[in-house]
Design a protein around this ligand. Structure first.
Ligand SMILES: [Zn+2]
Ligand SMILES: [Zn+2]
Length: 388
């Protein structure tokens, strides 16, 4: 993929000795805000220099805002399985060393010279796909698949830090409503917004339809909540009774324990009276992808949301059913900043309660261990870093 901006040469800096410079270019005329920095410089960040090796907190240079971007003082950031994939070395966009973190809320601290809409002190969040705003995809409104996208925590250093630099602020930053707290805002960053686009825009779920949700982690539980808010009947699938109980709490009509079921697709078809109208693979594995396609009724829509990486990247799909039943297979990749207002309005009206999906709150010092444990699927609800 095309990466913007070009990565400058990384450099060693003093006086911390081992600290590494932030791999983002400083805009020559970027202005620091007049506000005194509320944390000591250089900042703290969770930084790994090797894939799949234990890592911790380092002191690294504070970022400077790109000409078209801002520096955000991070007030909350989510720990996501995508970060685990990145740390494992499954994501070709990452070069080392790297600071993970892409689900954030914060306060604008410094603004680049070309930014029109943002000023220090503004509260903001950002989609995990930051778009260029000018390529053919962006021109068609599809910023989530921008040809020149960048992703904090992947193509450049992310929000497991006291500060993060963000690009093209006028295109990508989303203003936070006054009544929304930082933790809730950070919890929207990736899994909730991705689910919103998957259920609302890609699966086009309508009231009265049956929706299957495979995997009840952050994406799946968000999908249960969003589909229910649209008036759909949800069948939730997982291997954890605790997560299935939470899915029922969020309004799932039926739940299926995949660990005690030989044929999940058949069980969903039975529970939904002939098959789901739409089905979301919220986990991302060969088994859940297959079951999600196979559980659909005729002309149903499968949406792949869970990342398919490493050995799961080329899964078997029942294409015989896709043809005979005219099924649709769709991907869903984040959500554009300009679609946030529709979601924010449903949150404001209380139809969506992302705060219910927040689990543990931890300090930055605990973030590396939480990230490294993300493949264990132990926690119900999202883990959010709230102390920096
Ligand atoms: Zn673009
Ligand atoms: Zn994420």
């Amino acid at each position: 993929m095309v990466r913007t901006p070009p990565r400058p040469v990384k450099r060693k800096v003093g006086p911390a000795g081992a600290a590494l410079g932030h791999p983002l270019p400083a805009a020559p005329s970027a202005q620091r805000s007049a506000i005194a920095l509320p944390v000591p410089s250089p900042m703290k960040a969770a930084l790994y220099s090797e894939f799949a090796s234990p890592f911790g907190i380092e002191r690294i240079d504070d970022p400077a805002p790109p000409a078209d971007g801002v520096v955000l003082r991070v007030t909350a950031t989510g720990v996501c399985r995508s970060d685990w994939h990145g740390w494992m070395g499954h994501d070709a966009d990452i070069s080392l060393p790297n600071v993970p973190g892409h689900e954030m809320a914060g306060v604008v601290e410094a603004v680049g010279r070309d930014v029109r809409l943002w000023k220090p002190g503004d509260r903001a969040t950002v989609p995990f796909v930051c778009a260029c705003g000018s390529c053919p995809q962006c021109a068609s409104g599809n910023h989530q698949v921008c040809d020149r996208q960048c992703q904090p925590g992947f193509t450049h250093w992310g929000s497991f830090a006291q500060y993060v630099a963000l690009h093209r602020a006028d295109t990508n930053l989303v203003r936070l409503p006054e009544e929304m707290d930082d933790v809730t805002a950070a919890s929207l960053g990736c899994r909730f917004t991705t689910s919103f686009r998957a259920v609302v825009d890609q699966a086009r779920v309508a009231a009265g339809e049956w929706v299957a949700v495979h995997g009840c982690g952050g994406v799946g539980l968000s999908a249960v909540m969003i589909a229910r808010a649209l008036g759909a009947n949800v069948v939730a699938v997982d291997i954890s009774e605790k997560k299935l109980a939470f899915a029922r709490d969020l309004g799932a009509r039926a739940t299926i324990d995949a660990s005690a079921c030989d044929d999940v697709a058949a069980a969903v078809r039975e529970a939904s009276g002939g098959g789901a109208h739409a089905s979301i693979d919220a986990l991302g594995s060969a088994a859940t992808c297959f079951a999600s396609v196979a559980c659909l009724r005729k002309r149903g829509r499968h949406v792949q949301v869970g990342l398919m990486l490493a050995e799961d990247s080329r899964p078997p799909v029942p294409m015989d059913r896709v043809i005979a039943h005219e099924l649709e297979i769709l991907g869903s990749h984040g959500m554009q900043a300009h679609r946030y207002p529709a979601m924010m309005e449903m949150i404001r009206r209380g139809e969506l309660r992302p705060d219910r999906l927040v689990g543990r709150r931890i300090a930055l010092e605990e973030a590396p261990a939480a990230l490294m444990a993300m493949d264990a699927f132990g926690d119900t609800g999202m883990t959010i870093v709230t102390k920096f």
